[in-house]
Design a protein. Sequence first.
Lengths: 394, 1075
Amino acid sequence: MNAYLILEDSTVFAGTSIGAAREVVSEIVFNTSMAGYSEVLTDPSYAGQAVCITYPLIGNYGVCLDDLESGRPWPDALIVRELSEIPSNFRSDCSLGAYLQKYDIPGIAGIDTRALTRILREKGTMNGVITTDDDYDLETLIPRMKAYTTGKVVEKVTCREVTVYPGVRDLSENGPLSGLASFDREAFSRGEREPRPSLVTKLNGAGKRIALLDFGAKANIIRSLTSRGCDVTVYPADTPADTVLAGGFDGIMLSNGPGDPKECTQIIKEIRKLYDANVPIFAICLGHQLMALATGADTYKLKYGHRGGNHPVKDLATGRVYISSQNHGYVVDPDRLDPQVAVPAFVNVNDGTNEGLTYVGKPVFTVQFHPEACPGPQDTGFLFDRFLDSLDQE
Amino acid sequence: MPKDQSVKRVLVIGSGPIVIGQAAEFDYAGTQACRSLKEEGVEVILVNSNPATIMTDKNIADHVYIEPLTVPVLRQIIEKERPDSILPTLGGQAGLNLGMELEESGFLKEMGVRLLGTTAQTIRNAEGRQEFKDLMERIGEPCAASEVVESVEAGVEFAESIGYPVVLRPAYTLGGSGGGIAHNRAELEEILENGLRLSRVGQVLVERCIAGWKEIEYEVMRDSAGNCITVCNMENIDPVGVHTGDSIVVAPSQTLSDKEYQMLRTSALKIISELRITGGCNVQFALHPTSFEYCVIEVNPRVSRSSALAAKATGYPIAKVAAKIALGYCLDEIPNAITGNTYASFEPALDYCVVKMPRLPFDKFLTAKRTLTTQMKATGEVMSICSNFEGALMKAIRSLEQHVNSLRSYDFSALGAEDLRDRLQVVDDQRIWVIAEALRKGIPAGEISEITKIDLWFVERIHTLVRMEKRLMTEELTKDLLTEAKRMEFPDSEIASLSGRTEKEVHSLRLAFGIEAAFKMVDTCAAEFAAATPYYYSVYGRNEENEAKLPLAKAEGKTYKGKILVLGSGPIRIGQGVEFDYCSVHATWAFSKAGYETVIINNNPETVSTDFDIADKLYFEPLTDEDVEEIVRLEKPDGAVVQFGGQTAIKLTEHLMRIGVPILGTKAEDVDAAEDRELFDEILQQTKIPRAEGGTVYTAEEAKAIANRLGYPVLVRPSYVLGGQGMQIATSDKEIEEFMEIINRIAQDHPILVDKYLMGKEIEVDAVCDGDDILIPGIMEHIERTGIHSGDSISVYPAPMIGKLIKDKITDYTRRLATALHVRGMINIQFIAIDEDVYVIEVNPRSSRTVPYISKVTGIPIVDLATEVILGKKIRDLGYTPGLAPEAQYYAIKMPVFSFEKIRGAEISLGPEMKSTGECLGIAPTFHEALYKAFLGAGVSLPKHKQMIITVKDADKGEAIGIARRFEKLGYIIYATRSTAQALNDAGIKARRVNKIHQESPTVMDLILGHRIDLVIDTPTQGRDKTRDGFLIRRNAIETGVYCITAMDTARALVSSMEHASENGQLTLVDIAEI
């Protein structure tokens, strides 16, 4: 079936329909990760967006349910150059096409994704429509596209109720250490899921209780904490600060999430209360932006965002550069920071944008990138250790 | 961290002659690194024995020593030049080993010289087997478990502890005989018992078998501050068991999920950090195909063949960045040259698929085993880029220039399904063609994947191509079908053959449909940032944006006199090596200097010419008529030069002319006149130059008729080939039949030449001709008499044994031939001198393999001059006096270097077909010292044990006596087989007789295997019988590391050089930059 991707500047890409054959209007963004499409698809931060993967061969290893970052795919649509119909990987549960079908996610394949990326790079992120209607009408589509906003997507992706995830009591519960993990194919096909290899070598979170505010949290944030021994309590995004504080947690994490941080006005107010409460806080991505907004700083929208697994970030304290996993369209404006409140901790080596903040006089540390990886480099996973170790000093 | 200001003079060690496993990639890496160092104001002293390289040019380094790569020579250079640092990680394993030896001897410390980049301790940790294993164990990174055992019981115990299957490798047996893979205890006991018996020391290595696992590589960079990045990862299509150099490799990995990808990436970074490597590093993993289990296979703490590939595949200049890191810079301080406004501290994102295929030399070594193992056999490689895997594979196949352009090119259609199942077990260079045939015969992809252990994904992709073949055979050629076939990069010729049309019809049809190639950029970042210096690859599709049509930032405001297309020389192969890349690059630079915009097309990832900043535009594409035409249609060049790119470029001439591209320099019809027998005979008559009598034939009958008319021996060869491919000396009708059969296995477009074989001195010249005048930088004389290919002969400049009369005659003939052929640019001529007569053997109106060598030793930049001449300048205007240039005050000797030990079953005796893979130079004030250095550079450092074996054919016995006497005088104990011993004894030489192989022990083979022999002189009798004694002696000598000579002239040269070896080992150093 034909499909068309139409941008609000009237550019039309003709391709083939993949996944569900329904029409969708969304914000079009691109991600440059070469592996990890299943993690991208299930990252709630993509809610309200249609994501184009710049690597051309997608679906090669199918979808492995163990690798998903949440219970379902979140993007409005998937845009690829070529969808692999016959996946090959020992853990593959289904093909990517079948997975999209199952969750009614539309998409388009067979287009010049590089040309699309170049347009988004030059003109900035824009809205678009994906349709299978050969007789689409630009006149009616363009106003619909222009009217589109991602809106209050956090509400859509956050959990509905409080859940507690107990931390591991013994490292062996994490499964074998990376590289030594053998795998029982028969057991796997029977549905017995062995944990995948772990990098964690010490339980520095043992006995600690962490609250995670879920604005669209990726599963690996929770896993990064529980595998280090922490008990994690996940709260819906609209949970009042007082409720969280009443839990007497050792530390609080603010998760990643989708959309424009400034839309989250109520959440920002609650975060301010957490800030004032002097509890140790570690925030990632949207959480980082919300904390900045809660403390008087500002955010702005990047021309085309950072989405991929190859972004260099520099730790300003040590001068070390790490390759990070990123997914954000908004960024904290370092020029609007009050140095009495927060100072930059990480900066993006490519474009100099802010990648992290240390709050002055507060046990608060926030990053724009994704130390939980999945997809992408695991280089900054040590930040979880830094957070957990800091709890001991409090 | 900013640059370390204390680094002012750096010695860079090159990798020496090109051999299998160490090829042009180090010229690329070294050249890039030297330019990077000079850019920082560092004075560069370069040592590399390989004269064919660009890195040994005086504009690349400040001081250039084309000297043997030995510790004493390096010490001498260090004493003379007093560098403050050495950079040893750019010259492959050879360079690294030298750096380590110098460091370990304490000499560097004594001289106040330090190793730049990675430290000696790090190199030891990475290179030492035990050290590496211990380190990996310490940091929890798994290696394949192994243990040396001396009894069956110990072997069983160990095998049961690590699990079956296990690989068994007996210590010290020839070519791994007695080894094998044991899948259970019974097999283990059987193989182990046998292996222990065969091993001379009674030891067998028992190792966990990881054959069949996925082989994955990561290219990693680390700076002194500890910042690490991975440049890219690569997946070998051929699983573990085939050397990565012989594997088809794809980048990035295709079948790894993010979990496996990141697991291995993290491991690679952990290893490089733990080893504290500063610079580039390659980590190879074996990944279990159905689990997360992996093993670290090896780590190369230096730039490597894989890093050259990764650099070209991503656009990330690994060697350049490694050089900057060595100077103290951090990754985030080094700009990304492609984007211009980001930094080296990022990881390239690819938005295309890269396929690398090896160029294997089995077309040269017909007797060699084609199977692929852990011993690399490829002489070179090609790389292709496309937006889909199928297309990249198809492009890579036709880039090989081995008469293959599709998955049907090797025909296995005669095999039935059962035979194919058996054939699939064989791991050789034709496996993907077998897979394609198996798919055609209906063997399921899953089963093929089971048998071959090649991931199902790749087999399915091959299946896609096979299905397209069928569609093209059965369906109407609609626009959609044709678009889809082109998307997978089916060449027009293949579509034509499948659809029963002519290539021209298909071509017109697709143009009528508007199906043309579009070009995309390699920009390191998947279009995330604007690129300043990108390069291009083609794609076909429904609506592909053509980025090559967009204006380039770096071209803004520039005006050019015109646009020149430079055609590269494709993969490195025997007969067409790095020399032609040298010529292409120099021509490009010269055109650029003259104010022209330059466009290079090439497909070899190992070369300097495919570095993105050599030409104004680089197209990484196959060098076929069709692929070039697509680029021409877009670029509309004002002219193309083909005379620098070897036979690859020459072959494109006809088509370029047909599509309206003017050929700059010598006209195509004149090139034809040199290659076409009858036309050339006319030229010779007209210029009154004699040549050996002969004729042209198509069949064996015709050949025999001519041979009998001329009288044996005769020379038989195809026309339009390089490196004497298929050339043979025939001594009988039977041999003519044999050779004609081999030549005609591949359809010949041109006739075959049969000439009377003349024996004399072989002389070679390279010259520049401007239409009126010629300039010969120097006359080269071969040590070996005619009959041995010029590329395999030791070549001496200035010609020592011929007088003025002959030299004048050669100069005159060269001028007459060059002007008669209307040469504009380069010409290469080979002559035979017999007494005072000079005959011409062949004329090549193009650049040759001796051009870099003769340019460097005479200081005359021939390629630059040829380029100027092509653009209309006259030799006189360029500051040179026409004719033969004055001779230099020293001798420069080019020594061929072979890689026979790498190719099991290859016949090593020399003949008219070229077999050497590389060359080195000996340059010195006297002939004998130059000769000594040349042998030394080729790794011949004698005497050692002062024992040798002589076994020569009857015709050579007379000469053998003189040579043997000289060796005896040098203190050699001479062993000889029966008739040779007799001849030597009769002449009063104390030769000890040894038995032939099939006689009782001790035989000649026992001597060789005893490791106490320096040298074997074995001149072969005719014939290609692999079971003959001579063949076995030569093979075994080579495989045990004994130097083996198969021509009397070479033997005489060796003994002369040894007689004149200096007492104290001191050599006279020559700085090429001062010539």
